[in-house]
Design a protein around this ligand. Structure first.
Ligand SMILES: Cc1ncc(COP(=O)(O)O)c(C=O)c1O
Length: 358
């Protein structure tokens, strides 16, 4: 099976072996050594000297943690959304009683930093801005550095910047400290080539200052508790030990490959996928200036139906791609993050060539 959905992503053989290991005491020395190693490895990718906390939840739980640990009911929040996952971030903040303003950009487009800055300057003050680094529903990567700089220049004090980097981090570069991202969330089943079940969240100094004031309810996702336990390389509740086994081995491989080499590989494979799609006469949904290197959204000719194509890819070629998350858009999405090579994409492209011929 060639699993080409944008998460969960395929596991390298060594990671598969690791997740099948016997359990260990999560209050014992073996666990503490593993947790410490994973945390140190993650910090290289977040590019932060601040805290990186590991939660046993999917990515959505990490987004919820970002919100409830920094905000209070009634806080004004600007949700910059370019697709389904930006909308989800807004919904989470609304669910906890924030007063959310949505600044939506058309599907397939990136957020315009100048437009975001204008909103922050003219309609603020906002307690926080919610951003998506890589919008998995449309295959668009926002220019996160420019967005952060524009927000910081637009208001003093600048609103907190909370970032969903669930489908980018580990495959596309993000510099949490240098760009001033106060909270960044990612998730194990994406570019980390580990099983689902862990959210990894960086939390900077400004975020901790907000934490002290934040009044939204929190218990399982309380990052103050997570930090207290992380100081001795533990977690407040029983963690997903098997996913941590996998993440430890995957991170070792990632550290060996090197951050720059990983980002270059994702860029190369993203370009390879897009080139192949265009050669087949199919379309690319995203704005060319903001193509994602971890997921490609492919638009189809009028004579093709996404559901038929996905079914044939799966049953006849063992290739599993994802359906559209853009209402009304007839498209399929191809994931290419984590443990992936050009050869994996060549299989997808060869199958698509046969299925779309004529
Ligand atoms: C950008 C983005 N945000 C949030 C999520 C939700 O993550 P999860 O399904 O792990 O809760 C996803 C998952 O696809 C995603 O790609």
């Amino acid at each position: 099976m060639n699993l080409r959905v944008p998460g969960p992503t395929p596991l390298p053989p060594e990671v598969i072996a690791a997740v099948g290991r016997q359990m260990i005491d999560h209050r014992g020395p073996e666990f503490e050594a593993m947790f410490g190693e994973i945390t140190a490895g993650l910090k290289r990718f977040f590019e932060t000297d601040g805290d990186v906390l590991i939660l046993t939840t999917s990515g959505t739980g990490g987004m919820e943690a970002a919100v409830v640990n920094t905000l209070s009911p009634g806080d004004r929040v600007l949700a910059v959304t370019i697709g389904a996952f930006g909308d989800r971030f807004a919904e989470i903040a609304e669910a906890y009683g924030a007063e959310v303003t949505r600044l939506s950009f058309p599907m397939g487009q990136a957020a315009d930093p100048a437009r975001v800055a204008r909103e922050v300057a003219e309609s603020g003050p906002y307690a926080a801005v919610l951003l998506t680094h890589n919008e998995t529903s449309t295959g668009v990567t926002n220019d996160l550095e420019s967005l952060c700089r524009a927000i910081q220049a637009a208001a003093n004090p600048a609103p907190l910047i909370l970032v969903d980097a669930i489908s980018s981090l580990g495959g596309i570069r993000l510099c949490a400290d240098a760009w001033g991202c106060d909270v960044v969330v990612t998730s194990s089943q994406k570019a980390w080539a580990a099983p689902p079940g862990l959210a990894m969240v960086s939390f900077g100094e400004r975020a901790w200052a907000a934490y002290a004031r934040a009044k939204m309810p929190r218990f399982y996702l309380d990052l103050g508790q997570a930090k207290k336990y992380a100081q001795r390389n533990q977690t407040p509740a029983t963690p997903n030990v098997a996913a941590l086994y996998g993440l430890q081995v995957s991170l070792r491989q990632m550290v060996d490959e090197g951050t720059a080499a990983i980002y270059a590989r994702h860029a190369r494979i993203g370009a390879h996928c897009r080139r192949g799609i265009v050669e087949l006469g199919l379309g690319l949904f995203a704005d060319p200036a903001h193509y994602s290197n971890t997921v490609t959204a492919v638009t189809l000719r009028d004579d093709l139906r996404a559901s038929d194509l996905l079914r044939a890819l799966r049953s006849r070629y063992g290739v599993v791609c994802a359906s559209s998350k853009a209402p009304g858009a007839e498209m399929i999405r191809i994931g290419h993050m984590g443990h992936v090579s050009e050869a994996d994409l060549d299989e997808v492209l060869a199958a698509l060539r046969e299925l779309t011929a004529g």
